[in-house]
Design a protein around this ligand. Structure first.
Ligand SMILES: C[S@@+](CC[C@H](N)C(=O)[O-])C[C@H]1O[C@@H](n2cnc3c(N)ncnc32)[C@H](O)[C@@H]1O
Length: 207
């Protein structure tokens, strides 16, 4: 598992172009989902937002966008970038799971690279947290490491995600993608768009 110092070092020292997962622009799956009206405008959370690239994009698209990350340097950077671009976002420093368990309410949550850093023992709690932090019929966009070519504790097959996220979520879209800019190489990720499934009322009182 990667600790706070690992992320802090990267976001404190590395220019964006050197950070492997950082596109410096919105990711295609998010752009397409918004364009095709698969996500309703409203309160959106970019969970584990890093330098805030996707948060800023969401705000520019008319979302009331918030970004949360455990790295203070990432959050500082995200705030500076948003200020420079004259975009209003709410950036917060904090741990994803603790934040989710406070049950804030969002219509949309983006998790690009956060979930696969959560220890196995906390995964189910994290999924419950995502469920609790979404409004009725809210959507979750998830990007996580794919186990297609590489096996590790934090690499997944589509059926692993289905098992972990059901019955709280219904998967609407799923595909394998290259999760980093092609100029930076290749990193196989799984992409999912999911909907909070309100039909199941027997979920430890969560709605
Ligand atoms: C691979 S980066 C992805 C950053 C961003 N989502 C993006 O798409 O550029 C993973 C991010 O998760 C953050 N992170 C890791 N574990 C976290 C946790 N438990 N709570 C909050 N943030 C976390 C790291 O600081 C880092 O910014």
């Amino acid at each position: 598992m990667l600790d706070k110092d690992f992320w802090e070092k990267i976001y404190k020292n590395d220019p964006l172009y050197k950070i492997p997962w950082e596109y410096g622009r919105s990711v295609a799956e998010l752009v397409q989902a918004i364009k095709r009206h698969k996500i309703k405008k409203g309160k959106a959370l970019d969970l584990c937002c890093g330098a805030g690239t996707q948060t800023i994009y969401l705000a520019r698209q008319g979302f009331d966008a918030a970004g949360l990350d455990l790295s203070g340097s990432a959050i500082e950077r995200a705030k500076k970038r948003a200020r420079r671009m004259k975009v209003k976002c709410n950036f917060m420093e904090g741990y994803a799971l603790s934040f989710l368990l406070k049950k804030p309410k969002f219509g949309f949550i983006l998790d690009r690279g956060g979930f696969h850093n959560i220890p196995e023992s906390k995964r189910k709690e994290y999924v419950h947290g995502l469920y609790g932090a979404l409004k009725k019929a809210g959507k979750l966009m998830l990007f996580c490491f794919s186990a297609r070519k590489e096996r590790a504790w934090n690499h997944f097959r589509a059926r692993d995600i289905q098992k972990l996220f059901s019955p709280e979520f219904r998967i609407e879209e799923c595909k394998e993608i290259n999760g980093i800019p092609p100029s930076k190489g290749r990193r196989d990720l799984l992409y999912f768009l999911m909907k909070k499934d309100g039909s199941n009322r027997n979920l430890s009182g969560k709605s």
